[in-house]
Unconditional design. Structure first.
Length: 466
């Protein structure tokens, strides 16, 4: 299979001639197409993935870390959430028909492949016991909503049916206030699976025909355990009973960390990824088919993550909170000044690797007091889930893009239209400015001109140089 690249040598963003009552301007795209290999070129990033059939139903699952280091990050998330909703509201037709739910990665000492939980760990904040919160949707006792998730859907007359009082942002703030006393062995990916795997406590949240967005908000990497032995007392094999076990046995680095002993050695690591043959943690590859299989079309699943930067990765010696001999620990990969001083994040290697297995994904750093920018980016990607044609990112000029249409596994390259709607080279695509609908600085949207109706399962994908 071959795709085609077009390079527009004359396009600029200083568009004129958009007078009168027109809201949009066609950007001239006249350059010939050039064949390139079908493997994605890393110089081009995906900026649009648009289903031809609009589906306004969108289920959003937030996996919010509730371990002891997360209070400030939860506050930042709640304070920035209005920017997320405002971006979704700019979608033509307004806010999608949303279900929004929250779970935490606290699964206690229950591992995926063992029938029962292991012995408890510790007491007080950060302790782990039993099944934890079991992937059940959390409301934290809030009286602002009825049920265990937010529902806000549009009626045929334009009104909306909601199950909460006050603003959507206030309702989200209530269910996102999961606290900071959860288990310090965070099992983010497994918690998402338990939430969506026919969990009777979450009945009604995931609609069969809705698109699905999963958002991880955490400052530590995934520690989805395969066996409860990870939480056991065998310090000779596993080292001290602390969350560094998740890194030592769950992450492998080509440089400086090829073995679990190498990962236990102080120093920098590079080219890190999930240890897919770990005896103690679940492989990332094993999770992907489950989540993709939740929808008939896997591209109807989006994974977003606010995490500690996945690089740099290093192991250091750190004195435990109660004092004593310094122990091997994962060095922080990002820091920022929070409301109460310095806040940190650890490399989210496994979570980022998981997210990037999905056609729709976006990853950003959790290390900021203001999370508005990444949340707006997440919302732009989610707008695409429901059929929005606006580009999610600003692209380089002159425009340099590759566009194709997917129907199942088949891909067909789409050339640039020569002369807009009058083009005889259809199907073809145009980039059009639409300031009223598209919120990026360039206000660009992707439009396909056709002579015949596309397949109902078709998805148009644009990749451009940024």
């Amino acid at each position: 299979m071959r795709l085609f690249m077009f390079t527009c040598m004359a396009c600029t963003l200083a568009l004129t001639g958009c007078g009168g009552d027109d809201d949009c301007c066609v950007v001239p795209i006249d350059a010939p197409t050039v064949p390139i290999d079908s493997e994605p070129d890393p110089a081009y990033e995906e900026v649009a993935r648009v289903p031809v059939v609009i589906n306004r139903d969108l289920d959003l699952l937030f996996v919010i870390d509730d371990s002891p280091s997360m209070l400030d990050k939860q506050t930042n998330l709640k304070n920035s959430f209005p920017a997320f909703i405002n971006e979704l509201n700019t979608l033509e037709g307004g806010l999608p028909n949303v279900h929004i739910g929250v779970v935490t990665p606290d699964l206690g000492t229950k591992a995926a492949l063992d029938a029962v939980a292991g012995p408890g760990i510790g007491s007080g904040p950060g302790s782990c016991s039993g099944n934890g919160k079991s992937g059940n949707l959390q409301t934290n006792g809030s009286t602002l909503l009825t049920g265990v998730f937010i529902s806000d859907t549009k009626n045929t007359d334009g009104t909306r049916t909601t199950n909460y009082t006050g603003s959507l942002a206030s309702a989200f703030a209530a269910i996102a206030s999961v606290g900071a006393s959860g288990c310090g062995f965070e099992q983010q990916i497994e918690a998402a699976k338990r939430a969506l795997n026919n969990n009777p406590a979450n009945a009604g949240f995931m609609r069969p025909n809705a698109s699905l967005g999963i958002v991880f908000v955490t400052d530590e990497d995934d520690c989805s355990a395969s066996h409860t032995t990870l939480f056991g007392s065998d310090t000779t094999t596993l080292g001290p009973l602390q969350s560094f076990r998740c890194t030592r046995f769950g992450v492998q680095c080509t440089v400086g960390g090829n073995t679990t002993d190498d990962m236990n050695t102080v120093g920098p690591k590079d080219q890190c990824h999930s240890n897919e043959t770990s005896a103690y943690l679940m492989p990332i590859a094993g999770y992907v088919p489950f989540f993709q299989g939740l929808k008939t079309d896997p591209t109807n699943v989006l994974v977003a993550a606010l995490i500690g930067s996945s690089t740099p990765v290093a192991v250091e010696l750190r004195t435990p909170p109660g004092g004593g001999t310094p122990l091997s620990a994962l060095a922080h990969s990002c820091t920022y000044n929070g409301a109460n001083g310095a806040e940190v994040g650890d490399p989210g290697v496994r979570i980022e690797q998981f997210a990037k297995q999905f056609a729709r994904n976006t990853v950003a750093s959790v290390c900021s007091q203001d999370l508005s920018a990444p949340l707006v980016d997440f919302a732009r990607h989610m707008r695409g889930l429901v059929g929005d044609t606006c580009l999610t990112k600003a692209i380089a000029t002159p425009f340099d893009c590759m566009v194709h249409e997917e129907v199942g596994a088949a891909q067909t390259a789409l050339p640039a239209c020569n002369g807009g709607a009058s083009s005889t080279n259809k199907p073809c695509y145009e980039l059009i400015t639409d300031p009223a609908s598209c919120s990026t600085t360039q206000h660009l949207k992707l439009v396909v001109q056709r002579n015949a109706a596309p397949a109902p399962t078709a998805v148009v994908v644009a990749r451009c140089r940024l």
